[in-house]
Write a protein that binds this ligand. Structure first.
Ligand code: FE
Length: 238
């Protein structure tokens, strides 16, 4: 057994011994490449702003989990599902419009819905739209206030997980609710704006108070420029 003194002496020489051994060692073999979970035809789109840019209404922590874990998870799942299959060369909107219910539809739609959601928000958003979309909201809801009421109600009352949308359906701007991953394009409607009301969108910041999240986002973060551009596009196409 080593005495305390012998132990301390041996311990003191260990770093020097290790350094000597290392200098004579073969160059380290580079570590195996980390598997790229999002390798595949579909990629995680960049956020249109910094992760902290939506605070205090949506915290950086929420965006970090929502974008970096949930949204990325759908991209990874989608890539695994299409690997080696003809769907790998299709577009996500094409899959959303035609796929049957199931994992392929769910993951493709969740990728697209989240990209659309991030773009439906912006720092210093909220307020009211102007131009053609403002006129359409007035025409089809009677007033912006009535649209806001119906949109908030749809987002707050949706049972379980899903999305509240403003969409163009048969030439009319309408509020729609969809459950889970569902998307207006699957029903031949054109999405203009969306609010994610899955719990992962608000639970860190608002716990169970979904209504507070809905009000905060509508009044402070909705990106009406994005919605107006989508509306202009939607009315142009047959
Ligand atoms: Fe989400």
């Amino acid at each position: 057994m080593l005495t305390r003194k012998q132990f301390l002496t041996a311990a003191a020489t260990l770093p020097a011994l290790a350094a000597a051994l290392e200098s004579d060692a073969e160059p380290a073999v580079p570590p195996a490449a980390t598997p790229q979970l999002d390798a595949g035809p579909f990629t995680l789109e960049r956020l249109p702003y910094d992760q902290a840019a939506l605070a205090p209404f949506i915290s950086a922590e929420t965006v970090s989990y929502h974008y970096g874990k949930h949204h990325k998870g759908y991209v990874d799942n989608l890539n695994k599902l299409v690997a080696g299959k003809p769907e790998a060369s299709r577009t996500i909107p094409d899959i959303i419009k035609t796929a049957d219910a199931g994992p392929l539809f769910n993951n493709a739609a969740q990728v697209w819905n989240h990209d659309f959601y991030w773009n439906s928000l912006k720092p210093k958003g909220g307020g009211e739209p102007s131009g053609d979309l403002a006129a359409a909201l007035k025409r089809d809801f009677g007033s912006f206030a009535e649209f806001r009421k119906q949109f908030a109600q749809a987002a707050t009352s949706l049972f379980g997980s899903g999305w509240a949308w403003l969409a163009l359906a048969n030439g009319i701007v309408q509020v729609m609710q969809t459950s889970d991953a569902d998307n207006p394009m699957h029903h031949k409607h054109k999405p203009l704006l969306v609010l994610d009301v899955w719990e992962h969108a608000y639970y860190i910041d608002y716990r169970n108070a979904r209504g507070k999240y809905v009000d905060a986002v509508i009044d402070n973060l909705l990106n009406w420029d994005f919605a107006a551009a989508n509306y202009a596009q939607a009315v142009k196409k047959p």
